[in-house]
Design a protein around this ligand. Structure first.
Ligand code: BG6
Length: 495
């Protein structure tokens, strides 16, 4: 590829994210010839490793987690020469000198065009220290050639997000800051833009006149696993709704951009967040439901409840499920409810967006001839099935006029080669090319926090008395069904 020479510095180089996502993504980019002709990956961490030991570790990770399975030996042997390890203790600033030396050496070797990318895959309490050290050691000065990538969580609430933005913008320009929301890198999520803005068919219907309600549902079968320590302070609202689900909502709700330009698109998206109806404290309990999983059985195995997971308080008040009804106060969406739900240890792992269209204005088919009447629905399935289906009514073949809903389906499987790139491959390549379209701008993050703060405040101050309120392998608490049923709808799930 014709990218400029690049040095990737990964803080958290021995961590889980690097093992599962970053290292396999970089290797896959390499095997598909997307890496620059000259590049280096510097892993950093507190542990001491030789380059050889570190390369061995990374090899294990890539073999285990790459979508392409085990590496090809000849390719790996060349790739691994670009991997280096430097032990850096963030609390011992002097160790940054070693890092600086390594970077400067590589820059001399690669030439004046070299770009450096600092990837912060560490706990958020280290972000400020790292940013300050990079500044102090003059590693960040060149706006064109130096970028910083920040993993979630971006702040713990509105105030801390503002503080972090403030600190970063004292050192970097917005053009240099890449805030990750990995959902935006998913193939099916990127396709939302193509689907809406490269087809003339849907946009005329995409408004309150034709759309009755929208559902965005991201359910997971997994529990909190090894991440109890992090999750206890987060919960479903911070972990999923504030970022991933609200970003999906923006893609559904945004106005048509005038060009495919990073700031143009992010402007249109942030306008959706700004138009969202703020929660009054007295409305939270009417529009938001929280849940926490108890124990249950999954595939014949008993799994513990959240309060018995590792690093979790036995009386924890943290929610592992949230369902919320939002409104967007603008001309396009006035009065159309957007129901968002997400949770762990649910019955299915599935991410879908369902657009339910309004009923026909007049029914001509006698009810006796209709077995199942269904309004038109568009279902965008993000994962694991990657598909878009449009549900329409049809006449069932036969001598009677009996209607039956059928699906018109676009399935990735069968249409495209099934081996689609992982979100992190897309996002890392975008960082190298300098494309910020799929990254969160500072104002987007803050606006999303602002929106959820009233719910967070209420949930934190008022302990839930009925936790745990759903069993593992269920669809979440009953109140979540009631939230949508009281408006005459139900949560849609793929067959
Ligand atoms: C992460 C959350 O951002 O997204 C996790 O911290 C969650 O709790 C994960 O499991 C879900 O991502 P994906 O890509 O598996 O849907």
């Amino acid at each position: 590829s014709n990218l400029k020479p690049t040095i990737f510095i990964i803080f958290g180089g021995t961590g889980d994210l690097n093992k599962r996502k970053l290292a396999p993504a970089l290797y896959n980019l390499y095997t598909e010839n997307y890496m620059p002709g000259k590049f280096a990956i510097i892993g950093t961490g507190r542990t001491t490793y030789t380059n050889a030991q570190y390369r061995e570790e990374i090899l294990h990770s890539v073999n285990e987690f790459s979508r392409n399975g085990e590496v090809q030996k000849e390719r790996w042997d060349v790739f691994e020469k670009n991997i280096h390890y430097i032990s850096v203790d963030i609390e011992q600033q002097k160790t940054f000198e070693d890092l600086k030396e390594a970077i400067v050496n590589l820059q001399e070797q690669f030439g004046p065009d070299t770009q450096t990318i600092f990837y912060l895959a560490v706990a958020p309490n280290f972000f400020p220290l790292i940013a300050e050290c990079l500044h102090k050691y003059k590693l960040t000065s060149d706006e064109e050639k130096c970028r910083i990538v920040i993993e979630k969580p971006f702040g713990h609430d509105l105030e801390s997000a503002k503080k972090l933005n403030c600190l970063l913008s004292a050192i970097f320009t917005e053009k240099q800051i890449y805030r990750i929301d990995h959902y935006l890198g998913k193939e099916t999520v990127q396709n939302m833009m193509a689907f809406r803005f490269a087809n003339s068919l849907f946009e005329p219907l995409w408004n309150r006149t034709y759309i009755e309600h929208v559902q965005i549902s991201v359910t997971e079968q997994l529990g909190v696993g090894e991440r109890g320590g992090y999750y206890e302070d987060a919960g479903a609202l911070r972990d999923m709704i504030q970022n991933h689900l609200l970003q999906l909502l923006c893609l559904v709700g945004m106005e048509a951009p005038i060009s495919f330009n990073a700031d143009e698109i992010r402007d249109r998206k942030v306008e959706v967040l700004k138009a969202m109806r703020p929660f009054k404290p007295e409305n939270v309990s009417l529009q938001a439901v929280r849940g926490q999983y108890g124990k249950g059985w999954i595939e014949g195995k008993e799994v513990p409840g959240y309060r018995s997971e590792k690093d979790v308080d036995p009386e924890s008040n943290t929610e592992t499920f949230a369902a919320i009804k939002f409104f967007i106060d603008n001309w396009r969406w006035q009065g159309v409810p957007f129901y968002l739900r997400t949770g762990k240890r649910l019955n299915q792992t599935s991410s879908t967006i369902t657009i339910q269209f309004r009923d026909v204005p007049h029914h001509i088919f006698a009810t006796s001839s209709i077995e199942s009447w269904q309004q038109n629905r568009l279902i965008i399935s993000i994962q694991p099935e990657m598909s878009i289906r449009l549900q329409v009514q049809s006449k069932r073949p036969g001598l009677n006029m009996i209607l039956n809903p059928v699906d018109m389906i676009f399935n990735y499987k069968g249409t495209y080669d099934n081996n689609t790139p992982e979100a992190y491959e897309t996002l890392l390549l975008d960082v190298m090319t300098g494309d910020q379209t799929l990254f969160m701008r500072g104002d987007q993050v803050e606006t999303a926090w602002e929106l959820v703060m009233p719910i967070i405040n209420l949930w934190e101050n008022k302990k839930s008395l009925n936790f745990p309120n759903y069993a593992a392998d269920s669809w979440g608490p009953e109140e979540a069904e009631a939230l949508i049923a009281k408006d005459g709808f139900y949560w849609f799930t793929l067959p």
